[in-house]
Design a protein around this ligand. Structure first.
Ligand SMILES: [Zn+2]
Ligand SMILES: [Zn+2]
Length: 266
């Protein structure tokens, strides 16, 4: 029976990486911390960095690609991402990129084995070629959705019916408005090409629960405009208004910023 296990290794603007074990295949999604920290994170959950079979990158911001070149030199694995992201990764390398890069479309499907495939869907974000990914193993599926300026109909359709998801819950609206960020940065974060607020995350989780998803991890929380406690209470309160109760109708945890989070098994 194919199984999916998800381990967020790092999450937030200081660096993102998530390990997905999909029916015997180890997939790393994003590599936004140093190679050293990536390896430390993997080893801490008993995964040999050499056992990474594939790397998928969501977009070209440094908190998603910072360690990818060095990691690829030491632990080569085919890397899949969109043409725009390939271009930025290659340009950022001092020498030629150390690994094998395979271009995919923003709406694509990569078959990795008889039972495992990875699908992409475009995300509105201020980086060309941004995508989110859905990993499918047999009849199980997992969605990783971060760095999303706003929810599009396409994303909501893409999210429907997955068994589990890691969804961005970047900022608390009041903390952002009254915080010390310059106005320009506030507008960028809250804008159409920025990030999802706790409220927007709750709206998505609500419709996903209504379509059968039960397990959620929230991630990419801002360290200035959010706290894990604030994000969870906002989401739980919004869902309660629709009579959706935590630990009865859904499970919700928070991806840690600096260390691996307990795995989600689907
Ligand atoms: Zn990011
Ligand atoms: Zn980003």
């Amino acid at each position: 029976m194919p199984q999916l296990e998800i381990f967020p290794l790092y999450s937030g603007s200081s660096g993102n990486a998530t390990l997905v074990k999909a029916d015997g295949i180890n997939i790393l999604i994003d590599a936004g911390v140093s190679c050293k920290r990536l390896c430390e994170g993997l080893v801490s959950i008993d995964v040999d960095p050499d056992s990474i079979d594939y790397i998928f990158i969501t977009h070209c911001h440094s908190d998603h690609i910072a360690g990818v070149d060095v990691f690829e030199r030491h632990h080569p694995a085919p890397l899949y991402t969109t043409a725009d992201t390939c271009y930025v990764i290659e340009s950022a390398c001092r020498k030629k990129f150390g690994g094998e890069m395979i271009e995919i479309g923003q709406k694509d499907c990569v078959t990795l084995s008889d039972t495992v495939k990875v699908m992409s869907c475009p995300t509105p974000h201020d980086a060309a070629g941004s995508v989110c990914y859905k990993v499918i193993a047999g009849d199980k599926s997992f969605l990783l959705l971060t760095d999303v300026g706003h929810l599009t109909e396409e994303i909501v359709d893409f999210a429907y019916g997955v068994d589990g998801a890691l969804v961005e819950s970047n900022y608390d609206v009041r903390m952002l408005i009254y915080g010390f960020y310059p106005d320009e940065l506030k507008a960028r974060v809250a804008g159409d090409g920025g990030h999802l607020s706790n409220e927007e995350c709750a709206d998505l989780i609500k419709v996903m629960i209504e379509h059968g998803t039960e397990q959620f991890i929230i991630g990419h929380l801002s360290d200035k405009n959010n706290t894990p406690k604030q994000a969870v209470s906002t989401i739980v309160d919004i869902l309660a208004k629709s009579d959706l109760v935590r630990n009865r109708d859904y499970r919700l945890s928070v991806a840690e910023r600096y260390e691996p989070t307990d795995g989600m098994i689907l």
